[in-house]
Design a protein around this ligand. Structure first.
Ligand code: UD1
Ligand code: CA
Length: 510
């Protein structure tokens, strides 16, 4: 905790005499407190509101990221937790790292004022300005909060005791209204449920985001009473109390209503989701050069990256930190989650790729499923109704139809015939299958793992391979037996093979 009064660099150098009197100066540093203890009754959910996801991340994670951009390196963000405290803490730690946050517990949720009071011990002796954020206002930008803080510090040349973020809304229903006096100066905030019909007509609302001088906040907060319609301790009473004491309370009016709106219902959550999605898709189209055929039916995580000239068809879902390279075609109904896709890749309709990696110039699908660190090396192909789990396909390897590859390694240029299954599970354990390079696995081969098929070998259709197959060997039958040793052809260079294959396209299909 930074309790030493400090002046800004400019003051310290040029006007050392002013160091003596700090009492009317704004706090020397900024602390951020996020309120995240409430359940969010209006969500009608068993899950605390701040854990509901927007753009694939909990609401609280959005607020934490913004907070971190504002506090000095090495200073923690303070978070008030209550409902589902452990889960909320985990979401915060996920965003800020261990030690990035200090948690204070609000055991009973008796209102936003009570929530801030929970942080009294941690903060009351700090000579800081306290920026209070709501865990349910996820889209507010660090720039906006920086401007709020600036106004707070520079108000009338000496700084305000409190500055609140306000916005004018066409429909202010549900929000606290800002009541101004005859001169247009801030007087107090009145909550919707306590407001008179005249006050309800006010459309300037409190966004629930404030700067307070920490030393003035806690004494005023101690005077808040739950004498209101909800029987709660309202943080919103504090600016009025300070004002009545003759302190300066300033109002920072923000013009973008969406940015400072809170999420209270699932309808609002869906509206935010759409707004965030539009923002992401516009960025991809305008800045990244991505074609999005139907933005109304395309879902891309704000954390994802997509390269130039990639085309995204309708119904595509790209989740998490997925990275897609340039000039790819992502066809209808594809889902990519936390995966890496190289350049020049085609992913055909209704394929699902989770936690996996696809190299350059690969082809996937339609109806393929890659998961758990599936890795496709450059130019490999996975086709119709093929599932690949925790397996690696070498360069230009192919598995075109109706196949399960689990815990398998498939060598370069190997072709896996239709209906092949790696029988990787014996009921207790998973076992690996290794298929070396240039192998031809015949249709409907069962590879009973652990098993290895040597380079250039061939399995006949319907073979059940229970033992390792040496290189250059044809096996067939149930269980598979060696039928013959294959002659060692002169190995062609890869270039020659490509030319030959291109000349006779009919032979290319497996
Ligand atoms: C609050 C403001 C209202 C403002 C609105 C802006 C009060 C009394 N009202 O209303 O003036 O217009 O935000 O979005 O502050 N929380 C706790 N502990 C509690 C209660 C709430 O941590 O005991 C947390 C919630 O988890 C939430 C935040 O405080 O993140 C705001 O609480 P919420 O109940 O949503 O307040 P509003 O009714 O929206
Ligand atoms: Ca709210």
């Amino acid at each position: 905790m930074d309790t030493q009064p400090r002046t800004s660099q400019h003051d310290a150098d040029a006007e050392p005499q002013r160091r003596a009197d700090q009492s009317s100066q704004p706090g020397a540093s900024l602390d951020v407190l996020i309120l995240a203890a409430g359940l969010g009754t209006r969500m009608r959910s068993a899950t605390a509101k701040v854990l509901h996801k927007l753009g694939g991340r909990p609401l609280i994670a959005h607020v934490c990221r913004t907070a971190r951009a504002l506090v000095k390196e090495g200073r923690p963000v303070y978070v008030v937790v209550g409902h589902q405290a452990e889960e909320v803490k985990a979401a915060v730690v996920e965003e800020l790292g261990e030690g990035g946050a200090v948690f204070v517990a609000q055991t009973e949720q008796r209102g936003t004022g009570d929530a801030v009071m929970a942080a009294r011990e941690a903060l009351e002796n700090s000579n800081s300005t306290l920026l209070v954020l709501s865990g349910d206002v996820p889209l507010v930008r660090a720039e906006t909060l920086g401007a709020l803080y600036h106004q707070h510090r520079s108000h009338r040349g000496h700084g305000a005791a409190a500055t609140l973020l306000a916005v004018r809304l066409e429909d202010p229903t549900g929000y606290g209204r800002i009541v101004r006096d005859a001169e247009g100066l801030f007087e107090r905030i009145v909550e919707q449920k306590d407001a008179t019909p005249e006050e309800r007509a006010i459309n300037e609302i409190n966004a629930g985001i404030y700067c307070f001088e920490t030393r003035k906040l806690f004494p005023a907060l101690a005077r808040v009473q739950p004498a209101n319609a909800q029987g709660e301790y309202y943080l919103t009473d504090v600016p009025g109390i300070l004002r009545a004491d003759g302190e300066d309370v300033s109002v920072f009016v923000q013009s973008d209503a969406r940015e400072v709106s809170g999420i209270n219902t699932r309808v609002e959550l869906a509206e935010f989701e759409r707004a965030l999605r539009n923002r992401t898709l516009r960025r991809l189209m305008l800045d990244s050069g991505v074609t999005v055929i139907d933005p109304a039916h395309t879902y891309v995580s704000p954390e994802a990256q997509v390269g130039r000239d990639t085309v995204i068809h309708p119904g595509v879902v790209i989740e998490g930190r997925t990275v897609v390279g340039e000039a790819c075609e992502i066809c209808a109904g594809v889902r990519l989650s936390n995966s890496r896709v190289g350049s020049g890749v085609v992913i055909k309709d209704h394929s699902v790729v989770v936690d996996s990696e696809i190299g350059d110039h690969c082809s996937v699908g339609p109806f393929a499923h890659l998961r758990m660190n599936a890795l496709m090396e450059e130019g490999s192909v996975v086709g119709n109704f093929v599932e690949v789990k925790k397996s690696r396909l070498g360069r230009r390897a192919k598995s075109m139809h109706l196949t399960y590859l689990g815990d398998a390694t498939v060598g370069d240029r190997t072709n896996v015939g239709a209906g092949t299954v790696t029988c990787n599970y014996d009921g207790k354990q998973k076992h690996p299958t290794v298929i070396e390079e240039d192998v031809k696995i015949g249709s409907d081969t069962m590879l009973v793992a652990p098993v290895r098929v040597g380079a250039r070998s061939v399995t006949a259709a319907g073979a059940v391979v229970t033992e390792d197959v040496p290189p250059d060997t044809l096996v067939a039958g149930v269980p598979a037996k060696v039928k013959k040793k294959l002659s060692q052809e002169q190995p062609e260079s890869p270039e020659e093979k490509e030319t030959a294959a291109a000349a006779t396209p009919a032979t290319r299909e497996a």
